[in-house]
Design a binder for this molecule. Structure first.
Ligand SMILES: [Zn+2]
Ligand SMILES: [Zn+2]
Length: 102
């Protein structure tokens, strides 16, 4: 899921955003959730795209919004410590922690 990053544009300057990194986790509700981080060099703004695949529903919820830079940087730093970002069953400290991305 979310292997191919979507092309997203900056809400402020409409430039194409740089796809930084993503991670797929199981959230506390037991649903699969993917977070993709994007960055606008022009405005120095971070965005996060969230996909949630609810266990008991057929629809996938998606959201795309600006995120606080410090939060984005700390999330990306954590993602960089995981050896297998898209594996929701990964057993690394980040995946085992209850860290809330996005
Ligand atoms: Zn921009
Ligand atoms: Zn991991």
């Amino acid at each position: 899921m979310a292997d191919t990053p979507a092309i997203r544009k900056c809400e402020t300057c409409s430039r194409e955003l740089q796809h930084i990194k993503g991670i797929t986790v199981i959230n506390p509700a037991g649903n699969e959730e993917s977070f993709c981080y994007y960055y606008c060099e022009n405005d120095n703004v971070y965005y996060v795209e969230v996909f949630e695949d609810p266990f008991l529903a057929d629809s996938v919820f998606t959201s795309f919004q600006k995120i606080d830079s410090d939060k984005a940087k700390s999330d990306i730093k954590l993602i960089n410590t995981c050896p297998d970002n898209q594996n929701k069953f990964c057993n690394c400290p980040v995946h085992r922690s209850a860290h809330r991305f996005g």
